[in-house]
Design a protein around this ligand. Sequence first.
Ligand code: ADP
Ligand code: ASP
Ligand code: MG
Length: 415
Amino acid sequence: MKFGGTSVADAERLKGAARRIVAQKEAGNRVVAVLSARGDTTDELLAMAEEVSPAPDPRELDMLLSTGERISCALCAMAINDLGHRAISFTGSQAGIVTDTSHTKARILDVRAERIAAALDEGAIVLVAGFQGVSTSRDVTTLGRGGSDTTAVALAAAVGADVCEIYTDVAGVFTADPRIVPDARKLAVVSFEEMLEMAASGAKVLQLRSVEYARNHGVRIHCRSSFDGGPGTFVVGAEETMEQPLITAVTHSTEEARITLLGVPDSPGIAGRIFGALAEANCNVDMIIQNEPLSDGRQADLSFTVPREDARGAQAALAPLVGELGIGSVATDESMGKVSIVGAGMRSHPGVAAKVFQTLGAEGINIEMISTSPIKISCVISGEHVPRAVTALHAAFELGTGAIAAEQPFGDAAA
Ligand code: ADP
Ligand code: ASP
Ligand code: MG
């Protein structure tokens, strides 16, 4: 069971999470629960760091950020103990989560769950601080924003859990962010491949790595509300999805930065140097566009996008190359957004891209970059247009509650 930040934001909600955990235990289950930092704690810790340092040392940042989750776990253990059950809280390190050394976005390498297993054997409820681990060089690391989801999935895999329940502040995975599109529809099931594309293109309800990890290790994810007992959304293998609608969801991000290199010498090996430096700096490059150099010229223009949080690192990584490779100039626009449509059914249907472009065109929204996969079409647009673009695409592809018959409970429908 994993509880997100809103689900443990204040004392009442934290006690609510404690009661849910205890209810599972009383139903005869062995329970490991992963908690996120309360409310906006992680943002507040980041702001604190920036107050004392414009570019905080990543190792120290992880020491700081990892505290938010520890607070939640210790408090929840206290609440559970008062309900007459025994709970023990662990940091990521105590829980045996071993990561690589890339501070602030570490990857889980191994989960040594012996201590969790021993506590479960003794009948305790185990609480684990999400979003963190210990690196192979024995430093505290964090797993990137939203990383408690990945902690939960990794632990579920390590202890062989029947299900990984992700309790959050919405009823499940929707056809679009319900905060932007009020008539977005909750999905009963979504396939791993679609959920991967959705998470990668901004649907932050599940962290991308948690979905990758679940698919690779065969973990069953059940995403549901921490505020009511609704049926939520199951993330399942393609063989379990009953139908493949043309379009499953519209996703968005308002946290994109575009970096443009003007006057890049057109010779072999240059792109390898540029993107090699970005990879070395751990920058997640998303879309890339290179304009063909004019036949008589020898220079190209190269644009790519990165998450806004990587923009500073990308600029620093490129700075030494500008002089060395003879690049004309580097410009960064941090106000970009991205809107995407995801659907396994588009694979076999022509005309989806045209409809996306026409819809955005009719809204007067300029498309700056485009990328596609077999089941996704993404457009980079100005960040301010994102809510309007999401709403228009959601309507154009008839994804709303009005457009489709009411959902059947997943279990019944499968039977
Ligand atoms: P938690 O703190 O529980 O981890 P997050 O804020 O990380 O929660 O993720 C839940 C949020 O994801 C929701 O409040 C919602 O605004 C947002 N979201 C974006 N896209 C979707 C989507 N397609 N379905 C559900 N929620 C979405
Ligand atoms: N507290 C971390 C964050 O805000 C991790 C998480 O909530 O999953 O990103
Ligand atoms: Mg989250």
